[in-house]
Design a protein around this ligand. Structure first.
Ligand SMILES: [Zn+2]
Length: 130
């Protein structure tokens, strides 16, 4: 993993907030050290609930490569991916991600369940506080 590419993912997140395009989420996909897809959260800017940074970066990289699998690619993300993005990362099958290793499927399911539960609890707590 490259510290420069990780810094670029973080810079995408910061720039996204500075430009008021969306939340502080940035991601990129690199192949052999070259960025082939990058993005920041654009859910509210595009009215697309799937436009999370990781999804935007994966879409760009798949489009650039003309394939649906990111073999030999590395994914850098400025935050912990949500369950939707974890699923997309799993199916795109990058070689590595800035998350510690992409775990095998049983652990991936557990990770997705834990992340989904955390998201649901946060949503429930926000709803209860209104
Ligand atoms: Zn996400």
């Amino acid at each position: 993993m490259s510290a420069d590419l990780m810094r670029r993912a973080i810079a995408l997140a910061v720039e996204n907030v500075r430009c008021a395009r969306g939340g502080p989420f940035g991601a990129l996909v690199a192949k052999h050290g070259k960025v082939i897809g990058e993005g920041a959260n654009s859910v509210t800017a595009t009215n697309d609930p799937t436009a999370h940074a990781e999804i935007v970066a994966i879409r760009g990289a798949c489009h650039a490569l003309g394939t649906f699998q990111l073999t030999d690619c590395d994914l850098y993300t400025a935050c912990e991916p949500c369950p939707m993005c974890l699923g997309a990362i799993y199916w795109a099958r990058p070689r590595a991600s800035s998350m510690p290793e992409l775990p095998p499927m049983p652990q991936m399911r557990a990770l997705m369940t834990r992340s989904f539960t955390k998201s649901c609890n946060a949503h429930r707590n926000r709803a209860a506080s209104r």
